[in-house]
Design a protein around this ligand. Sequence first.
Ligand code: HSE
Length: 401
Amino acid sequence: MTKIAILGFGVVGSGTAEVLTENKALIEERLGSSYEIRYILDLRDFPDSPFADRVVHDFNIILNDPEVSVVAEMMGGSHPAYDFTKACLEAGKHVVTSNKEVVSTFGVELCRIAKEHGVRYLFEASVGGGIPVIRPMINDLSSNKINKISGILNGTTNYILTSMRDQGASFSDALTEAQKLGYAEANPSADVDGIDAARKIVILAALACGKLADPKTIPTEGITAITLTDTKMAQAFGYSVKLVGHAKVSEDGKLTAFVSPRMVPACNPLSRIDGVFNGILVDANMVGEVMFYGPGAGKLPTASAVVADIIDIIANRDKATKPILWEAAAVSDMADFADYTCRRLFLLKDGGSLPSALEKAELRRIDGTVGALTEAMTETEASALAESVKDMLLSVYRVLD
Ligand code: HSE
């Protein structure tokens, strides 16, 4: 009998209890062994919940119970989630989590501590909600060198952008709806400012190259400046505006990782990923391109991934499993972002004459705005061009080539 503790009884924590309960017979039959939810840690009481008798407020009850061998951390935020995770791993308890903030910030240390204590730290639910992507990248792509990852990694922003494009919804109405549906972070700035996607892309990049970049230092732009005119202009060019996390490992092993809104051409499968769905396109040297697709946020999809990790731990508890081990990415491991090259779509106020630098650009006009699609250029060249047209410039988008 495996005894499980759940830390945090919010959207994902309560979903995890629901999945473990609803599918108990099926999971136990597959495992050939039984489990129980022994504790649920939360600051609140849940008198009307079927799990009310399992709720505790003192973490030490869980830490000091030797019978609890698997802990599912779904508290969100760095502290005390990181501190509790570390304590559990050091006490010889396996930990699974959906907490991308903790994995992306403390993953190097926590994976090392897990290895040192002969336990596992698994985080399938930290990227892509319910989509199986971490385990397939570790296991099923292990014969490949991963060159590039492009992902729609945040369900809330994809939901907002899809509602703006398809229903002409305002940004704030679409965000309120995403919050109601349980997709958004407690502080939605993490979603709309691209911070959540930055955490996820550094985790995926670490799976690709073994180096975990600091999510706070990679270039990160969100979606708050995107207007309805921008989404219409995108459509005029046959593009969709998507918030994309991008990671690239160059021939010499240098890592580029960043998050920004991108103009995604209709021929790219990411252009058709709408609503709360996420899609992760991985370019690997043997298999070519593979895509992972599914619900990127939400209670039961995310809980499904959390429980998959719990099942993995129970099923393999008597076997030696290969630990995940990363190094912190040093500045010298990172490519110079100034050299990143792609086409750009400049949106300018219509009326004045276009500068000569944009003479060769493909043009479209909408709502008093002119869109100018350029050839591929570096970040440095794009900044110089933006400076030269600053009086008429509304925005600049990178194209996902
Ligand atoms: N707020 C996140 C999202 C939840 O919208 O994708 C899943 O990580």
